[in-house]
Design a binder for this molecule. Sequence first.
Ligand code: ADP
Ligand code: MG
Length: 287
Amino acid sequence: MIPESTSEENSTKKDIDEPEPRVIVITSGKGGVGKTTTTANLGMSIARFGYRVALIDADIGLRNLDLLLGLENRITFTAMDIIEGRCRLDQALVREKRWKNLALLAVSRNYQKYNVTQQHMRQLVSSIKKLGYQFILIDCPAGIDVGFINAIAPAQEAIIVTTPEITAIRDADRVAGLLEANTIVDTKLLLNRVRMDMIQNSTMLSVMDVQETLGIPLLGAIPEDTNVIISTNKGEPLVLDKKLSLSGIAFENAARRLIGKEEYFIDLDVPPKGVIQKIQDFFLGED
Ligand code: ADP
Ligand code: MG
């Protein structure tokens, strides 16, 4: 059983009628393609747009969402502790330092014995919903890894992250099938580590090629960018940078599209002249 929330947590609730919270799992076929980077950046963006967002790190054994958010020293309890009765949900749900409407729950400690079930995941998500969170993003293991089925159990929507490599795309296709078999049909594609130079000299599949191969609606395309590594090392998502990098802009755009506010894509297939300037004007101007 998962204990009920405290009054402090309940204070995040709004009085007005709200749509059902959205529970979205971020997954992939292959490992190491950018699921955690995506969860951190989409989560932070959506929180900055004013929504209450809870992130669940369900990638057992490869927990690192806390590092990307700079919260690694703040995690005292995990979902395992809640399930085993050692703490309440609000004690395990760690608030981001500046954006208090963004919280993180780690499912287990690295290398901790893992015995979270689908039922546990559903209970956890249902308790988080009761605290008034509007978006719950689950950083999930890759499709073939332990914990995948449990991590997707509470979700109604999925984002499949892939790189434009043929092996990753094939595995992404397989995971799309797995999601469908588990009744998640609302799936979107996020293509990561796209290199415009390689697309232009035809050594990398274009964004459109990948999207057509998989037949999944495109949420966003993120360029290969060393700023991603810098932000990981800093423990600060890219979308917090004062001067947004192209990948930061691409993640923000994907977040806008996810919340249904934006139909704006960066064209990574054929970048028009001055595209970065145009995008910056767009963001600095009529936001
Ligand atoms: P996953 O959660 O799928 O295992 P991560 O988000 O941890 O993947 O990313 C794996 C590695 O790839 C990390 O070192 C990360 O910094 C790097 N990475 C992810 N996206 C990009 C990108 N767009 N450009 C450059 N490096 C990236
Ligand atoms: Mg990860």
